[in-house]
Design a protein around this ligand. Structure first.
Ligand SMILES: Cc1ncc(COP(=O)(O)O)c(C=O)c1O
Length: 411
């Protein structure tokens, strides 16, 4: 991997922010886009733009082929068995809400849903509200000090009443990776009929996902966190389930026959994609997958783990700095959440911004976890393959200056 060359392919990395070179460390929120992806979107609008589904002219058919190719690229990216198992929506949040709404028809009073305290609000609130609506029991698995759920506790929590287990693949605060394959085996052993749902928003940019090995029923992620455009995400669903479940969004493109009294549904996956599909976004997502495949997810993983190892070692040298989650980089993705004594994360982020460094600060959409950590807010650095050790050095130096500034202010 030639990082210098790679960096040249991301136009935004040439930017100056507040008279400093941009140091972009907020990749967990969204990643930057290479020319390859930007060009694919421009190319779609410049040369192929037309609506699809039942188009009877060449341009529409060409646009449809791009959409179909995009789905095929996603199918291969996550090793799904069938093209029809790939559904597009606006992102992980929308798609996890979609799964919750789809599964509502399968649930009755007293059924149980299992989540963990690690979940992003996108994989927490849809289930919490579903549980309230349908009078279901919500069980929340606690995590240990490193951030891992106990697989024994998970096994013991699953009963005949458990209908859904929905867990994150990688935590957006602690960075830890759940052993989703092992969890899949436990789930199938205990209760074959329950739905296993995975929020892969923070995993898809970093590690090879294999939905057949995991044996999950649904899995969602967002293109914008892996060099793709905003406004498109992927929902994988097992074909035999998608065939059985009724759609929950209605309109054009998702029907077979409509009369005054009733409607019947289109074949998969159109049944779950009401309205004009995400066409230009699909072209961008396809390009993002090609771009990432070209670099190689294994290379991305090796490089970003090395960066994370370096970042952790430098952070550990700073007195009064608390790092959340396990320090073993083999068990985590490349993001690190922390707090610096006497400095509010928002103050820290503003100070860093003045030097052109972007990090995230706040509750990071994980209030249930932060309640357990007994903090209101954390700072988070999240790295991707175009970041460098030099950037980490700049960040660490500025962090030290911030600490000094606030300590002098206070005492
Ligand atoms: C673990 C996790 N799940 C879900 C989401 C929501 O993703 P999106 O905002 O793309 O819908 C995020 C976003 O940060 C996330 O980190």
């Amino acid at each position: 991997m030639n990082i210098e060359n790679i960096r040249k392919q991301f136009p935004i990395l040439k930017r100056q922010i507040n008279d400093n070179s941009l140091v972009y460390f907020d990749n967990g929120a969204t990643t930057q886009k290479p020319d390859y992806v930007i060009d694919a979107i421009t190319n779609f609008y410049s040369n192929y733009n037309a609506n699809i589904h039942r188009s009877v002219y060449t341009l529409g058919n060409e646009a449809e082929n791009i959409y179909i190719d995009s789905k095929r690229a996603v199918k291969n990216f996550i090793n799904a068995r069938f093209d029809e198992e790939i559904i597009y929506g606006s992102g992980t949040t929308e798609l996890l809400n979609l799964v919750a709404n789809m599964l509502e028809q399968e649930l009755t009073v007293d059924d149980e849903i299992i989540l963990s305290s690690l979940e992003h609000h996108a994989n927490f609130i849809p289930w919490q509200q579903l549980a309230k609506r349908k009078k279901l029991k919500l069980k929340i698995l606690e995590v240990n000090k490193d951030g891992f759920i106990s697989l024994n506790e998970l096994e013991n929590s699953i009963t005949d009443k458990t209908k859904i287990v929905s867990l994150t693949y990688a935590s957006n605060i602690l960075g830890i990776l759940n052993d989703v394959e092992k969890i899949g085996q436990i789930i199938r052993k205990k209760n074959k009929d329950l739905y296993y749902v995975i929020d892969a928003a923070q995993a898809a940019p970093h590690i090879k996902i294999d939905v057949q090995k995991i044996d999950c029923d649904f899995l969602a992620f967002s293109a914008h966190k892996m060099c793709g455009p905003t406004g498109i995400g992927v929902l994988y669903g097992k074909k035999k389930l998608l065939e059985r479940i009724n759609p929950v969004k209605y309109g054009g493109g998702m029907i077979s026959i409509v009369n005054d009294k009733d409607s019947s549904w289109a074949e998969l996956p159109n049944k779950f994609e009401a309205g004009t599909p995400l066409l230009a976004q699909a072209a961008g997502l396809k390009a993002a997958i090609e771009y990432i495949n070209n670099i190689g997810l294994e290379n991305i993983e090796i490089y970003t783990k090395e960066l994370t190892r370096y970042l952790l070692s430098k952070l550990k040298e700073i007195e009064g700095l608390t790092i959340y989650g396990c320090h073993d980089v083999s068990k985590r993705v490349s993001l690190v959440a922390f707090n610096l004594e006497n400095v509010h994360p928002h103050d820290l982020a503003s100070f860093l911004d003045a030097r052109g460094i972007c990090i995230r600060a706040g509750h990071q959409c994980t209030q249930p976890l932060l309640n357990r950590l007994e903090v209101f807010s954390v700072a988070r650095v999240s790295l991707y393959f175009y970041n460098t050790k030099d950037e980490i050095d700049i960040f660490i130096q500025t962090l030290k200056e911030t600490k000094e500034f606030f300590n002098n202010e206070l005492f």
